[in-house]
Write a protein that binds this ligand. Sequence first.
Ligand code: NAP
Length: 236
Amino acid sequence: MPRAPARVALVTGAGIRVGEAIARDLARHGWTVAAHYRSHRPRGFAAAFAGDLATPDGPARLAADLRGRFDRLDLLVNSAGAFAAVPLAETDASVFDEQMDLNARGPLLLVRALARLLARSGGSVVNVVDVGGGLVPWSGYAAYAASKAALARLTECLALELAPRVRVNAVLPGAVLFPASYPAAQRRELTRRIPLGRSGTPADVAGAVRYLAEAPFVTGALLPVDGGRHLSGRAG
Ligand SMILES: NC(=O)c1ccc[n+]([C@@H]2O[C@H](COP(=O)([O-])OP(=O)(O)OC[C@H]3O[C@@H](n4cnc5c(N)ncnc54)[C@H](OP(=O)(O)O)[C@@H]3O)[C@@H](O)[C@H]2O)c1
């Protein structure tokens, strides 16, 4: 019997940290992975494509590169993101626009550019949101939180608009990899607020992405992967 063709996944921001973990997990589970990056080139995947997704035409260019190499797409994971811990007093137009351009507009334009290819194979999209902004407000992160709230709502709108051929879901990680600049005391304090008693790992997020990619009756889901932190009602 002929083997089914390998399913193709495009993962953005796949060169480092959470995006890389998602891409490697998919590859380990039999997916053909096209890995997008901006500055950290990923190694060992079926293809790697560079591109700036914060520009108005960056997503369409990445989609064209992908279509030049693959004739199918079964999964798009929008993981590339920018994280600005910026208080209101310093949140000017450029800070706000930077967050929105990459975290919300980029995924929207990439889904738009790839929707037809995804529909042909009955594929799906998984957006990497954040419990911060995606589910709960954070003080001192208004622009970031607004961009992740936008991505959460885009997930739901696109789930409706692209049904029944394309499913659109999101994972909402809590703390899984602290920014390198976070001091140990801040890490301990944040971890103390997590009901499951530990911070998460990129593997926790990757497992949730794979679940959503392979759940045929799930669309428009916003899945927190945060050890229950969003339940505590604590901001920031
Ligand atoms: N880390 C966590 O604990 C955590 C928690 C909640 C949600 N998240 C979400 O998970 C995702 C990954 O988080 P992370 O901590 O691994 O991210 P990160 O370390 O901040 O890395 C950012 C990623 O986005 C890419 N990127 C940045 N600017 C870009 C641009 N203009 N165009 C295209 N790609 C760009 C980077 O690519 P290059 O490195 O190649 O430039 C990199 O892969 C993000 O969406 C983040 O909001 C993370």
